[in-house]
Design a protein around this ligand. Structure first.
Ligand SMILES: NC(=O)c1ccc[n+]([C@@H]2O[C@H](COP(=O)([O-])OP(=O)(O)OC[C@H]3O[C@@H](n4cnc5c(N)ncnc54)[C@H](OP(=O)(O)O)[C@@H]3O)[C@@H](O)[C@H]2O)c1
Length: 278
């Protein structure tokens, strides 16, 4: 299977470049879809307290370990503290709740889901994440939806540099400046909604490139993410799509393809603007 490889994040922990995302996966479906994803070869599962499906995710990991086809150490589980739990104490408690729902001894990556600038408590939440990291309850800590000014404040007031910044990123929203800022600080950029939540799949530039390589539009877009050097988490709801999205390491987009996709940037979001979520 030609699946994307791993990347070393800033503290040396290895993380899969392409993971399976669980936003809007109903709680009752999470165990089954995570099991499909693990069977297909995914080793990174991206959930969050807000998704309401941590319990099924954790159970799928433990069942796969019991079945003997993965070890716990081979699976990278990400979760995130939700906006209503910002602040030092609330974040510590939210983590305890997440890990209880997951049923795991540790989480591989724990993120602040949104900066929530009107609350202005993300520095306090970060101090809670730093303690969790120092205590070994998480293997790495990071942020999500942080823009440059949120990161600048965090970096100037805290010790540990986030290992990851998970942001909306796809050909319609290429985030060049933020990607560069992340890279300058050793922060890995991880794309959410890498397919623009499906909106890119019928774009004619993408479909032409897909036809040229005899690949699907989703494979072309995910391949583009790998070639610009970011990680990504993608969601799909059927075995066929889950497998298809992972088969992206046996073809290469050429310079003409990459230039055509670069032209698609319109700074258009499918999600919310990080300064407006609180
Ligand atoms: N940190 C954050 O604030 C944040 C925000 C949003 C998302 N995320 C993370 O990012 C993950 C991915 O983002 P997303 O779910 O919003 O969007 P996405 O992965 O860009 O797109 C998912 C959509 O594309 C469809 N799809 C997937 N593979 C396909 C294929 N091969 N062919 C045709 N259609 C395909 C899916 O359909 P089906 O499901 O029907 O198969 C679904 O409608 C989330 O699950 C979550 O883990 C994080």
């Amino acid at each position: 299977m030609h699946k994307p490889g791993k990347v070393s994040i800033s503290n040396g922990v290895m993380m899969d470049r392409l993971g399976y995302g669980l936003y809007k996966v109903p709680a009752d479906d999470a165990h089954g879809l995570c099991t499909l994803a693990l069977e297909a070869g995914y080793r990174l599962l991206d959930t969050a307290a807000m998704y309401g499906n941590e319990e099924g995710v954790g159970r799928a990991v433990l069942d796969a370990v019991s079945a003997g086809y993965v070890e716990r150490g081979d699976v990278f589980v990400t979760s995130k503290v939700w906006n209503e739990n910002h602040g030092y104490r609330a974040t510590r408690e939210a983590f305890d709740e997440s890990i209880r729902r997951l049923g795991l001894d540790y989480v591989d990556l724990y993120l602040i889901h949104w900066p929530c600038p009107a609350k202005d408590l993300y520095v306090e939440s970060w101090r809670a994440l730093e303690e969790l990291y120092a205590g070994g309850r998480v293997r790495a800590i990071g942020v999500s939806n942080f823009q440059r000014h949120h990161l600048e404040k965090l970096l100037s007031q805290t010790e540990v540099v986030p290992a990851v910044n998970q942001i909306e990123l796809h050909p319609f929203l290429q985030q060049q400046g933020l990607r560069e800022f992340n890279a300058e600080h050793g922060i890995l950029t991880q794309a959410w909604s890498p397919l623009g939540r499906g909106s890119l799949l019928t774009n004619t530039t993408i479909t032409h490139i897909a036809a040229k390589h005899s690949r699907s539009p989703a494979q072309v877009i995910l391949r583009w993410h790998m070639q610009i050097g970011v990680a990504a988490v993608v969601k799909a709801s059927s075995r066929g799509r889950i497998e298809e999205n992972l088969r992206i390491d046996d073809f290469t987009l050429d310079a003409v393809d990459m230039a055509a996709i670069e032209q698609l940037n319109s700074d258009t979001r499918v999600g919310s603007h990080p300064d407006l979520v609180n």
